[in-house]
Design a protein around this ligand. Structure first.
Ligand SMILES: Cc1cc2nc3c(=O)[nH]c(=O)nc-3n(C[C@H](O)[C@H](O)[C@H](O)COP(=O)(O)OP(=O)(O)OC[C@H]3O[C@@H](n4cnc5c(N)ncnc54)[C@H](O)[C@@H]3O)c2cc1C
Length: 488
């Protein structure tokens, strides 16, 4: 197989780089070891915030790319019909020392180029704009450009648009080595064979240190830092209007109270260094730290424990350098590292993609722009979920499967699930991330078996072959009647 540029990793970073590169004539291939876009823990399990950009010190890459990324997402999300809701954020202070910290953050943000920052010192106004905020709050830094998104939907939208523009994605294919000769990149070795290429972009997230070492560049290591979360159902959608932060600590932005674009309250993450890059266990201590942290900002959450629908964790790819590692090399020429992309990596992604294009050009590749780049993407038609009755009626008259509701909590019809499969979903999680089926109150209790049936039919495989997220994650052992009569 031959491609001009190979991108390793189909998280938000790799997918956004691939979309940016699809504006040029070169052949682009994304190689991903998991079975879908956004299946790595950082991209699927983050807080979903498009940060304003006041957290990182001026002059750092993170600061520059965050502010530009925030601006770019506002237009890209519109083009791709991907969820992005401009809620604004409040960093909340409870005493004079914390108020001083707000002033430092504001100064820092202004140096970074964040527009419209304001310190709200009038407590009445603060409680008016955020009615359930702790009444002991004394002031808050307001950043109106901060926004919320669904990170996996954003990554999928970007990847679909990259595909529309000619990018190929190869899933369940692990990169095992980088091929270089005479100091120049020649390609990659994978679990499914070799791919020749002139340029390789390492966007392998938590494993980007291992991929970099394959290219003879073992100058950094990634260690995972866990963050845990609670997600509440949509009945609390009026509880939080902005993204609420405490004053940050040197290692994290603190436990946030926010919501998803669909209206679920989300609280977390804590920050805990762990050894294992696959350690996604949640812990009683961690979750209680998350709940207590959230109560400090919104004490009213205490009465809504019964509204929690799930908890999960994710891992930040920490390098210890404090900044993103984004660079090309004299040797091997044609290799670009995009590593250590921890928060605000989701926000920064489109700005990182622009930077990577410049680095590829600097390495000597002649990138020629295409005449036609398709910048818009049609989303799955969610008329039923959006209660758009006239649109729903028309759709049902054209395809009765729109009237067959599979996920009762999120109001997702069979037609939407079929479309998700036709757009590339091959697993239960693939359907979930594209449609929200099984993301509601019952967490798939009622619809999982129906989704398995639809997946099996559309993919032409037996239901026992359907998996949750690829690999060995099968959902069914065998047919129940075979168990009863003792057959294999
Ligand atoms: C708890 C937490 C909260 C966060 N909150 C925010 C936030 O609110 N806002 C924000 O801006 N940022 C946030 N971030 C940061 C953001 O999530 C990350 O910066 C971003 O998701 C990194 O994406 P990525 O594509 O670089 O990495 P990943 O998502 O890890 O993707 C890398 C991909 O590479 C694949 N891969 C690895 N090795 C190989 C190989 N050898 N061969 C083939 N494929 C390979 C993996 O399977 C994976 O799919 C948060 C992160 C965490 C963990």
């Amino acid at each position: 197989m031959r491609s001009d540029i190979v991108v390793i990793g189909a998280g938000i970073t790799g997918s956004t780089i691939a979309r940016q590169l699809s504006k040029y004539r070169q052949k682009i291939l994304v190689v991903e070891k998991r079975s879908d876009v956004a299946f790595g823990s950082p991209t699927k399990g983050n807080t979903g915030l498009i940060h304003a950009g006041y957290d990182d010190p001026p002059g750092t890459r993170k600061a520059k790319l965050c502010v530009r990324g925030n601006m770019l997402w506002h237009s890209i999300a519109k083009e791709l019909s991907a969820p992005l809701k401009e809620t604004g954020s409040l960093v909340v202070a409870f005493n004079k020392d914390e108020e001083d910290h707000l002033r430092q953050l504001k100064k820092r943000g202004e140096k970074n180029g964040v527009p419209l920052l304001e310190i709200v010192e009038d407590r009445n106004r603060l409680l008016k704009i955020e009615p359930h905020l702790n009444k002991d709050a004394t002031a808050a830094l307001f950043a109106p450009t901060a926004a919320i998104t669904a990170p996996y939907e954003l990554a999928l939208a970007v990847a679909e648009n990259a595909t529309q523009n000619g990018v190929k994605f190869l899933f369940e294919t692990e990169v095992t080595d980088i091929i270089a000769r005479n100091g120049e990149i020649k390609g990659i070795k994978t679990s499914r064979g070799r791919v020749e290429a002139d340029c390789v972009i390492n966007a392998a997230g938590l494993e980007s240190d291992e991929v970099s070492a394959m290219a003879g560049l073992g100058h950094f290591t990634i260690h995972p830092r866990k963050g845990e979360y609670y997600l509440f159902d949509k009945k609390l959608s009026d509880l939080v209007r902005h993204i609420l932060f405490p004053v940050p600590t040197p290692i994290s932005k603190g436990i946030v109270v926010t919501s998803t674009p669909e209206g679920n309250v989300l609280i977390g993450p804590n920050a805990l260094d762990v050894e294992d890059k696959d350690d996604l266990n949640t812990t009683a201590t961690g979750l209680s730290e998350v709940f207590n942290g959230a109560l400090k900002l919104v004490p009213g959450l205490a009465q809504y424990r019964n509204r929690i629908i799930t908890y999960f964790s994710s891992l930040r790819p920490e390098t210890g350098t404090g900044d993103f590692i984004i660079r090309n090399y004299d040797e091997p020429k044609g290799f670009v590292n995009v590593a250590g992309i921890r928060s605000p990596g989701l926000t920064a992604a489109p700005a990182i993609a622009e930077m990577v294009v410049d680095l590829i050009k600097e390495s000597g590749m002649d990138l020629a722009e295409k005449e036609l780049f398709i910048s818009n993407r049609e989303p799955i038609n969610h008329a039923i979920r959006e209660f758009d009755l006239s649109r729903a009626e028309r759709l049902i008259s054209e395809d009765s499967n729109y009237g067959h509701v599979i996920c009762r909590c999120e109001h997702i019809s069979e037609a939407e699930i079929v479309e998700a499969v036709r757009r590339g979903a091959t697993t239960l999680d693939g359907v979930k991330f594209r449609t929200r089926a099984s993301m509601g109150r019952c967490q798939g209790g009622f619809c999982t078996s129906h989704i398995i049936r639809i997946l099996a039919k559309e993919l032409g495989i037996p239901p026992t072959e359907v998996t949750k997220k690829g690999g060995a994650s099968r959902l069914l052992l065998c047919e129940a009647k075979k168990l009863l009569v003792g057959e294999d």
